[in-house]
Write a protein that binds this ligand. Structure first.
Ligand SMILES: *[C@@H]1O[C@H](CO)[C@@H](O)[C@H](O)[C@H]1NC(C)=O
Length: 632
């Protein structure tokens, strides 16, 4: 009897499970089978081979093509960070459309037969300005301790997740969507704070939204698990090509004896800084390591499978140790299997054939390179300089007076330039005198009485230059933010944070004018209203504005590369879209990727803000069909 009841009970339980499973179709679950070292999707063993593609690094018009090319390589998932600063560039002003349309990205991935793995950070590194944090955190809380159990920081993260997570929840696997996993933090084990209470807070917060509708995970270097992992959360590893991946898995096993093996960041390429040769990663060892991992049953995500571009002011910088500061180039090509324009490379084909040894061929056609076009050279006209009265009136914002210099964040400015001006006090009559700036972040274009006399640079640790007062008495420093540090993150305030001295005497009483250059309508308005009235007085200044138009006669519009060879350093806007920083003087990146989606049949406009090289009236810029990463 007892036995019979027991069997009946089991029978009823299994019936009710069946019924539950069939409400609205199949029961969906994505879970971990620790005993068998596997993921389970709807109860069946599942393995992902995924690729990183950050939606905020490609225009939405190209998302589907890139995702389909990923699927065609055999990948069954796409991984992306979610970038806080993309979605909340100013406090409380959320952006969810265009390149910030994360939900659309998830939907397209699903349509292209890919699962989605989300990494909301909120710290993402990713070689992005401030590691993806919005700059205004430093305006609002100058003493904030990012990535720790600091109440100001936690409050802001809670508010941000409160805005973000409800948009994500409906896309979780258990709720019918493609999102199978959501990460907590990002390589936290490599961060010196090692604040386990903060990690627990973030786990609780993430879990309160994700619940068991998707799997939570952390990711760390193989020897960084002590501070990186969270008990009860799947720990995964980040590592690149190696002749012995087992050595890394053993380190994981010491901390997590059972569970699926995951390499969250397997590097088929690598990042590049300005003034370095372009990083190239040979495919042979990448393919060998991949094969070894897949043969072992591991789950792998390529970081990056498609890199894309750091448009506008989104590129970050690395703190290379005491006194070393290296800024990331605009391209995030990354020497990835799909290049910056989304085209397959030889690496793509080599890795695809390894992947297809282990995953059923999805049967999609192998993608081919998209056509590229070249446009005739454009002649540009000079529209004066940022030091002119017109530019100050039309482009300069938030003019502040203060005894000492204030930083970008104190002025509530994300990026661009801040002009610091002060009169050289009388009585300073040595000739020349040593101008010195302490805590300069990052690069100062020094002028005296509207005459450009040189550059100071955090990157090159040059903080002093001789000036001769014989030429005037107004000291003017245009300071450029070259991107906030993204790794080893600290509060990387920008501007002049220390003092400015002449032969050791501090210069006081500053006028600060912000040029954020992030509102194109101001630039357009400036160009429209420009008159050549005060050009003569600012002939010798550095920061100059150029404007031109060009006509595209065909409706067959393809990607191209704009080639600022011969120019110095600055920004290029096409039809109001900021393509990012160019700097062919140092390279290695020479050309800027110009996506087809921002060009139109008919009239197109170009505005260049050249920061330092004196360019003639009627200077020309050219195009090229191929990117150039071998400059100067
Ligand atoms: C996380 O949640 C657990 C369980 O609800 C709770 O005991 C713990 O205090 C929380 N930790 C933090 C840091 O919020």
């Amino acid at each position: 009897m007892i036995k019979f009841h027991y069997i009946l009970l089991l029978f009823m339980v299994s019936i009710s499970k069946e019924i539950h499973a069939h409400i609205g179709g199949e029961m969906r679950s994505f879970t971990i089978d620790y005993d068998h070292d596997k993921f389970l999707m709807n109860g069946k063993p599942f393995r992902f081979i995924s690729g990183s593609f950050h939606y905020f690094r490609a225009l939405p018009g190209s998302w589907r093509h890139i995702l389909r090319s990923m699927r065609a390589a055999g990948l069954n998932a796409v991984m992306t960070y979610i970038e806080w600063s993309t979605h909340e560039p100013k406090e409380g002003e959320y952006k969810w459309d265009g390149i910030a349309n994360i939900e659309q990205f998830i939907r397209i991935a699903e349509e292209e037969d890919l699962f989605v793995i989300l990494r909301p950070g909120p710290y993402i590194c990713a070689e992005r300005d401030m590691g993806g944090f919005p700059y205004w955190l430093l305006t609002k809380h100058p003493n904030v301790k990012l990535r720790t159990y600091d109440s100001d920081y936690l409050k802001e993260v809670e508010t941000w997740y409160g805005a973000l997570m409800p948009r994500i929840e409906t896309h979780l696997f258990g709720k019918g969507g493609p999102v199978i996993m959501v990460s907590i933090e990002n390589e936290y084990g490599s961060f010196s704070a090692c604040d386990s209470k903060y990690l627990l807070f973030l786990k609780n917060l993430t879990e309160s939204y994700v619940q068991d509708y998707a799997v939570l995970f952390t990711n760390d270097g193989p020897d960084q698990l002590r501070c990186g992992r969270i008990p009860g959360v799947l720990a995964t590893l980040d590592f690149g090509s190696t002749s012995n991946s087992d050595r890394h898995w053993q380190m994981l096993r010491k901390n997590q004896p059972k569970g699926p093996l995951v390499n969250t960041e397997f590097y088929p390429g690598w990042l590049t800084h300005w003034m370095e040769p372009m990083t190239r990663v040979a495919v042979g060892p990448v393919a060998d390591t991949l094969r070894a991992m897949l043969a072992k049953g591991a789950n792998v995500n390529f970081y990056m499978f498609f890199g894309g571009t750091n448009f506008a002011f989104t590129a970050g910088a690395n703190d290379g140790g005491p006194g070393k500061f290296n800024t990331d180039i605009t391209s995030y090509d990354y020497d990835a299997p799909l290049d910056e324009s989304g085209d397959p490379t030889p690496k793509y084909h080599a890795l695809r054939s390894v992947i297809l040894e282990y995953i059923e061929n999805p049967g999609l056609p192998v993608p081919e390179k998209l056509p590229k076009m070249i446009l005739p050279p454009i002649q540009l006209n000079k529209y004066g300089t940022l030091l002119s009265n017109e530019a100050r009136q039309l482009l300069g914002l938030c003019i502040h007076y203060n005894e000492r210099t204030l930083g970008f964040e104190a002025l509530n400015q994300h990026s661009g330039l801040v002009l610091y001006e002060a009169n050289i006090p009388s009585g300073m009559n040595r000739d020349p005198m040593a101008l010195s700036v302490t805590n300069l972040r990052d690069r100062a274009y020094v002028h005296v009485d509207n005459k450009f006399i040189g550059v100071l640079s955090r990157e090159n640790a040059i903080y002093s230059l001789p000036i001769t007062i014989g030429i005037g008495n107004r000291l003017q420093l245009f300071v450029e933010n070259q991107g906030r540090i993204n790794y080893n993150i600290a509060n990387d305030f920008k501007g002049i944070l220390g003092s400015v001295t002449l032969d050791g005497n501090e210069v006081l009483n500053w006028t600060m004018t912000g040029f954020p250059l992030d509102d194109y309508s101001l630039l357009q308005n400036y160009v429209n209203q420009y008159s050549r009235y005060d050009t003569e007085s600012t002939r010798h200044t550095s920061i100059q504005i150029f404007h031109g138009t060009f006509v595209i006669t065909t409706d067959k519009i393809y990607d191209t590369y704009i080639n600022p060879s011969g120019w110095g350093k600055g920004l290029i806007f096409i039809n109001g879209f900021n393509l990012g920083r160019y700097w062919p003087l140092v390279g290695p990146q020479v050309t800027l990727y110009l996506p087809r989606h921002i060009l139109v049949q008919g009239n197109n406009t170009i505005i260049i803000v050249e920061y330092q090289k004196y360019m003639q009236e009627d200077s020309v810029i050219t195009f090229s069909k191929e990117p150039r990463f071998d400059g100067p």
